[in-house]
Design a binder for this molecule. Sequence first.
Ligand code: I3S
Length: 119
Amino acid sequence: CPSSPKLPSTPSEKCGVLNVTKTTENGKKVRKNWASTWTVLQGSTLLFKFGGGQSKPEFTVDLRGAMVEWASKEKSSKKHVIELKTRQGTELLIQSEIDSVINDWYRALSDTISTHAWE
Ligand code: I3S
């Protein structure tokens, strides 16, 4: 993976295309808005980049103290959905149609959260 200059200069552990939507922002529920993103896991930060146009909106989430689990059917009708809850009160759903891809991300996110648990 190419490392993102926006993030601390640790090598990026993982990157790829995932479908993502926020469901909660700062503790407030927001309307789902699924989008395909280029996702980079670097250190304890997860970065999402949207679209391929001139302006590439992006956002990051801090995985320290976050929780990850498989989303229940009530959370989404899609298959292979991960629910990620950050300590900052942001909740996201992360999805891929490819189960090996989403399984690898689940493991990577869980490992990252465990690794940085005491920071
Ligand atoms: O949990 P919801 O509200 O059924 O989520 C669906 C909606 O966000 C829908 O858009 P509208 O807000 O225009 O109805 C999306 O197109 C769906 O993808 C959302 O459900 P899934 O089950 O795909 O996460």
